[in-house]
Design a protein around this ligand. Sequence first.
Ligand code: CMP
Length: 140
Amino acid sequence: MAGNRTFTMIKPEAVAKGYAGKILDHIITGGFKVIAMKFTHLTLQQAQAFYAVHKERPFYVELTEYMSESPIVVIALEKDNAVADFRTLVGSTDPNEANEGTIRKRFAESKAKNAVHGSDSDENAAVEIKFHFKDNEIFA
Ligand code: CMP
């Protein structure tokens, strides 16, 4: 059975441009319930740990430096079929390939500065939520 939780981050460039409120509205209007949320600024070490799965990828250094350059908003979400439905709402990694009406089509700048993160599996969603939130910070 598909899980009902996913995790997202509103990334540095989207927060800096003042898009956090509009992105949050897009997410809630899309049927997701916010069960945990905070404004934070990752250290480089935290960004490296969060994206450890991409350690061997050519964009790892660029990605982790970028994700730790300024504040982000981290959010845990609930909905039936959360991971897949959120990825549909967000659109392709590359905003040039994202469908009309998706978050990345509306707000992303490039493949690296792509406005939001979305978990890619139920297992990773659980790991990512635990990375950022204590149990008593989650209001399901
Ligand atoms: P995200 O959903 O946060 O998960 C991994 C991230 O790596 C992805 O979004 C992009 O921001 C980044 N990424 C993926 N592919 C590339 C690429 N080719 N160049 C730069 N960054 C990338």
